[in-house]
Design a protein around this ligand. Structure first.
Ligand SMILES: NC(=O)c1ccc[n+]([C@@H]2O[C@H](COP(=O)([O-])OP(=O)(O)OC[C@H]3O[C@@H](n4cnc5c(N)ncnc54)[C@H](O)[C@@H]3O)[C@@H](O)[C@H]2O)c1
Length: 253
């Protein structure tokens, strides 16, 4: 698919972009002209996404590191600024899911799931705010989930709690930054066909869920990327503090 170059000259950081929805978002933004900084905790997968983007004629750089580390987030930002000079768009996509029931969740696992999803969103957002304020323009798109509004289909309570926390963080930050030209929104995907789902549930259970949705299939990463691209664009200038559902009709509120 060809896209208009609506992100020409815009610099985007996409976290967790080594695979899944993060990679799809990186590809979508790059196809519309964005310069993309590809973060992932897995350096090889970040490099792979960069090579995919470059093959498509885009400019991209790998900025590996964990979103849970203040130092690594700072390094990711420095690398992006030294390569591209600014940051206009941050997509807080990095996330992890565990299916454990509360009665069995060890404290370490609780911290891990909440830290990657929620603390990572805070650390990366905090890091980019000064450069976005300098631009007088910024877009932060956070990855919550249907889990954030209801209960996770395949994840545990730590995942549900972290994704609900992201919705609160989104609303609060949106209010703080609106006067600086920075909008902050969340997307709430339902069940999307990625590795996260594939490694958590088997094909039979996946089909059972898919059949239960009004649109009887899983979502595709590219479909979520399309929504993220909209929120990251000027077309969404009057949307902030919002959470947009994309779940095939699984949750309607
Ligand atoms: N797949 C779904 O059904 C679904 C539904 C709703 C929301 N989500 C959310 O969407 C986002 C993307 O999910 P996905 O399905 O593409 O997952 P995925 O597991 O396919 O990809 C996640 C990526 O994040 C990276 N990552 C993990 N921890 C990291 C860290 N500390 N720092 C940097 N990168 C890290 C992983 O290496 C991986 O490349 C996540 O936030 C997830 O919680 C997924």
């Amino acid at each position: 698919m060809t896209h208009t170059k609506e992100f020409e000259g815009k610099v985007a950081i996409v976290t967790g972009a080594g695979q899944g929805m993060g990679r799809a978002v990186a590809e979508r933004l790059a196809a519309a002209g964005a310069l993309v900084s590809v973060n992932d905790i897995d350096a090889d997968s970040a490099e792979h996404t960069v090579s995919v983007l470059q093959k498509g004629g885009a400019e991209a750089v790998a900025a590996p590191g964990s979103v849970t580390s203040t130092q690594q987030v700072s390094d990711m930002l420095d690398l992006t600024l030294s390569r591209f000079g600014k940051v206009h768009i941050l997509v807080n996509n990095a996330g992890v899911l565990r299916p454990t029931k509360v009665i069995d969740i060890e404290e370490d696992e609780w911290d891990f799931v909440v830290d990657v999803n929620l603390k990572g969103t805070y650390l990366c957002s905090r890091a980019v705010l000064p450069t976005m304020r300098e631009n007088g323009w910024g877009r932060i798109v956070n990855f919550s989930s249907t889990a954030g509004k209801n209960v996770s289909t395949v994840g545990g309570a730590h995942y549900t709690a972290a994704k609900a926390g992201i919705l609160g963080f989104t609303r609060h930050l949106a209010k703080e930054e609106a006067a600086h030209g920075v909008t902050v929104n969340s997307v709430c995907p339902g069940l999307i066909d990625t590795e996260m789902v594939r490694k958590t549930i088997d094909g039979a259970r996946t089909k059972m869920y898919a059949d239960s949705f009004p649109i009887q299939r899983l979502g595709q990463p590219s479909e979520v990327a399309e929504l993220v691209a909209f929120l990251a664009s000027d077309r969404a200038a009057y949307i902030t503090g919002a959470s947009l559902d994309i779940n095939g009709g699984d949750l309607m509120i």
